[in-house]
Ligand binder design. Structure first.
Ligand code: C2E
Ligand code: CA
Ligand code: CA
Length: 533
């Protein structure tokens, strides 16, 4: 009987445990539900948060894809092949409202980031997003979908007018972004390229439209045009482009590449310091074509090393002929980034100089800022080798890119060529004038000669002379000419400037007694603009 109370006590204990366990389970379930709900809420908030791009405050890529997919559900589908005209107008356009997707890509953004640093890169992206936002149509969805790429979904476009509307919007965006941005105290011009796909002809879902807009964008970049609407021929180069490239390759081999030469003059003395070699393509049917029309294709075909070698040889041979004719001129050759990074280029130059019998100081190599940014060490090595040979180096189109002062400080160069875009405004705009004046002072502080390009007027010549610029190049002195016109032209220039024909050239590599620099002392032409022809 003694065991009974123990049994009762044990039962009670078990009952208390069971009750405790029950309570614990209830508390556990409640706690787990609360925690899960919180986590789900946090996830949703996070999800919403990640749909906003932190830097610009615009919708991000994920947000754009989701929202665009939703908005595209009411876009009319294209009729099946063989069906009647359905929702399409006879011209193949949609009747009723439709939607277009526009991709906007900032040109050479990598250079800005590399040249000025990420902080300025970020600031630029924010400024770009604000400008696009300011010109977008009400109700259009704008997003930053990757580093320097923005997307706009244009909604409610009249299908009949779709092409006109997208062209108009693209021009507005490019104009808004075309006005220079002020970055690191500099006016930084910016270019963008735009690719567009229109629903339903170029796709009915967001991924198809995005893919086709990207193809159109790639084509706009390749052909250096501001914006491009997708068309079905974009997948491969057009037959016309393929034909042009075949002709170009044949032209390079077949003697159709020619050079023109444009003089540079010393502003203090009026002496001609040298000639810049500028390439032309004499197409057998279409006649002479300017470099802007074929250099991008040459670059795309990997022909720039062959072209540069040809230009170098031809220009040095011509220079040797001028010098033999009594004009101690130098010659400048444009060398693209793709060639300057080649470690063998300096040796090629040395051999070409030797073959032509031209002293290295009579050759100037013009490079652009992209050479200093892409594969900088390779470019610097080649430039240092060239300068050891005695060849001069010029930084061309200065001010058109994003070269930071740090690059200039370390630049193995002898002169800076100020881009002609800078000079367009100086006679009207005091800020532009101040920028040019300070750039001249900066070049001199760094021990560089300053050459101003694109000088077309007496007024500009006089201004630049007063500001202490060293040399000018431009239509005011002369347009580019054939090599055999150079000596006769020098005689005309002598009569325009009142200089003695014997002293009209700068005299690179000739005895000091006959050098133009001797005219400079006490010269009557100092800083005076030569007479207009
Ligand atoms: P660039 O090196 O800046 O050459 C100057 C360009 O400005 C030339 O155009 C010249 O004709 C033009 N120009 C000169 N003075 C004036 C002026 O007063 N007013 C105006 N409006 N324009 C002026 P071009 O010959 O059409 O050459 C265009 C560009 O093509 C050159 O710009 C250069 O970047 C490139 N290029 C030309 N020849 C070669 C070459 O042999 N090799 C390479 N890689 N590029 C070349
Ligand atoms: Ca040049
Ligand atoms: Ca230039």
């Amino acid at each position: 009987m003694a065991g009974l109370p123990i049994l009762i006590m044990l039962r009670r204990e078990v009952a208390v445990w069971v009750v405790d366990l029950l309570w614990l389970s209830i508390i556990f379930v409640i706690a787990r539900t609360v925690l899960r709900t919180r986590a789900r809420r946090a996830e949703q908030t996070d999800g919403e948060f990640t749909r906003i791009d932190e830097l610009t405050g615009l919708t991000d890529r994920r947000g754009f894809l989701e929202e665009a997919a939703r908005l595209l559900t009411d876009v009319p589908k294209p009729p099946a092949v063989g069906a009647g005209s359905g929702g399409l107008s006879p011209g193949g356009r949609v009747s009723g409202p439709t939607t277009a997707l526009m991709l906007i890509d900032v040109d050479r953004f990598g250079e800005i980031n590399g040249g000025l640093g990420h902080e300025y890169g970020d600031r630029l992206l924010v400024a770009v997003s604000r400008r696009i936002s300011a010109v977008r149509r009400p109700g259009d969805l704008l997003a930053r979908i990757s580093g320097d790429e923005f997307a706009v979904l244009l909604r409610g476009i009249d299908g009949e007018q779709a092409r006109t509307v997208v062209d108009h919007v693209a021009v507005r965006v490019r104009d808004a972004l075309g006005m220079p941005f002020v970055l690191a105290g500099m006016r930084a011009p910016l270019e963008v390229k735009v690719g567009i796909a229109i629903a339903p002809d170029h796709g009915t879902d967001v991924s198809e439209l995005l893919g086709n807009a990207a193809l159109a964008l790639r084509e706009a970049k390749k052909s250096h045009i501001g914006h491009r609407v997708y068309d079905t021929g974009l997948v491969r180069p057009s037959p016309a482009r393929l034909r042009l490239r075949t002709e170009l390759r044949a032209g390079l081999r077949g003697g159709q590449i020619e050079l023109r030469y444009q003089p540079k003059a010393d502003l203090r003395t009026g002496c001609v310091t040298g000639m810049e070699a500028l390439v032309r393509w004499r197409h057998p049917v279409d006649g002479v074509r300017s470099p802007d029309l074929f250099l991008p294709d040459m670059e795309a075909m990997g022909l720039m090393p062959a072209l540069t070698a040809l230009v170098l040889r031809t220009a040095l041979d011509e220079c040797a002929r001028w010098r033999a004719g009594g004009a101690a001129l130098s010659v400048s050759v444009n060398v693209p980034a793709s060639v300057i990074v080649d470690s063998g280029f300096a040796f090629e130059v040395r051999d070409a100089l030797g073959k032509a019998g031209v002293p290295p100081a009579a050759l100037c190599v013009e490079i652009t800022e992209d050479s200093l940014i892409a594969r900088r060490e390779h470019a610097q090595r080649t430039l240092a080798r060239l300068r050891t040979l005695g060849v001069r180096v010029s930084l061309d189109d200065y001010g058109s890119g994003y070269c930071s002062l740090a690059y200039l400080r370390d630049l193995p160069a002898d002169e800076l060529k100020l881009d002609r875009a800078f000079l367009r405004e100086v006679e009207r705009d005091s800020t532009a004038a101040e920028i040019v004046r300070s750039t001249i002072a900066l070049a001199h502080t760094l021990g560089l000669r300053m050459v101003a390009e694109g000088v077309e007027t007496t007024g500009l010549w006089a201004l630049l002379a007063a500001w202490g610029c060293d040399e000018v190049q431009g239509y005011f002195v002369s347009r580019p000419m054939h090599g055999d016109q150079v000596l006769p032209w020098l005689r005309q220039w002598a009569s325009r400037t009142g200089l003695s024909p014997a002293m009209i050239t700068m005299g690179v590599g000739v005895p000091a007694g006959v050098r133009c620099s001797s005219v400079r002392r006490g010269s009557a032409v100092s800083a005076a603009a030569p007479a207009r022809r």
